[in-house]
Design a protein around this ligand. Structure first.
Ligand code: SIN
Length: 280
């Protein structure tokens, strides 16, 4: 197995490995590389949904795929609630997965729940001819880029993370638009969070839409969020994944945010995704 870091602050490619046949030593090396590089890419994988799930479960128990407000009975009818499709493909009049072909804004997966997933893992099954890249940005570096006074201020604040919209701005099942970000549903997290395993601090912004700083009035919250978001994804703190079929990319939601570029709606894109619950 060969680990090659990118020339930015995040990202590494790991070659010569089969994620379906991983011994404990190789897994330990991958785990360490994940903590160090925050985003890992494995090329040329051929994994069934069950194999992707088994690889993902080595990092911890899995989180249910986000499906909005659904009953336990509805969830019980989902064929595999831990491996979800991200796709724009419509078959027999039904979408095969979520997020369509539009741009998905910068976000952290499921930051609107009490204990958001640590890892997200995405495997490319079908890729468009152009577009559909996924870009990552380093949130440790974003915090370090803030002027000292702004960084000190950020450390005293929290953010309420909107649960109603997904990363393409669509309403999740069972939710409604809120008149104001102050009223949006979702969990509150510290604006700066310490990574439980590396001990490094990072900005934790979730997503911009309907975010709200509960310690401030709405206008102040909006202005401060806009200012802080201005330090996200600066040069040297980003890495772009251009997908090939068989790529598996995993990332650390405590350290990076990601966004997905749009692609032609006439192209097919299908990804399988898992998410890992925190164990500490
Ligand atoms: C996501 O935002 O979690 C999906 C990213 C992608 O489809 O590339």
């Amino acid at each position: 197995m060969r680990i090659r870091r990118t020339d930015t602050s995040i990202g590494a490619t790991i070659d010569d490995v089969d994620l379906a046949e991983l011994d404990s030593a190789a897994f330990r090396d991958i785990y360490r590389a994940w903590l160090e590089a925050s985003v890992l890419r494995f090329r040329d994988q051929v994994l069934t949904k069950e194999e992707l799930q088994a690889f993902s479960e080595r990092f911890g128990p899995l989180e249910y795929a986000p499906m909005g407000k659904i009953t336990d009975e509805q969830r019980a009818n989902v064929p595999n609630p831990f491996v979800t499709n991200i796709s724009n493909i419509i078959e027999d009049g039904r979408p095969l997965g979520g997020l369509g072909s539009g741009e998905a804004n910068w976000h952290t997966d499921m930051s609107y729940i009490e204990r958001p997933p640590t890892a997200s893992i995405l495997m490319a099954i079908e890729v468009p001819e152009v577009g559909g890249d996924t870009e990552y940005c380093d949130m440790h570096a974003a915090l370090e880029s803030l002027p000292a006074e702004l960084s000190d201020h950020a450390r005293t604040l929290s953010i309420k993370h909107d649960a109603a919209h997904d990363s393409v701005g669509a309403l999740r099942r069972g939710f409604e638009h809120s008149a104001s970000p102050m009223d949006a549903p979702g969990c509150v997290h510290a604006m700066v969070r310490r990574h439980e395993e590396s001990g490094r601090d990072a900005l934790y912004l979730g997503r911009r839409q309907d975010a709200y700083i509960p310690e401030l009035g709405l206008d102040e919250s909006e202005a401060l969020l806009d200012k802080i978001w201005g330090y996200v994804a600066l040069d040297g703190h980003r890495w772009v994944q251009q997908w090939r079929k068989g790529d598996v990319v995993m990332w650390d939601n405590r350290s990076v945010m990601h966004r997905r570029m749009s692609f032609p709606a006439s192209n097919r894109r299908l990804m399988h995704r898992t998410q890992v619950r925190p164990v500490v």
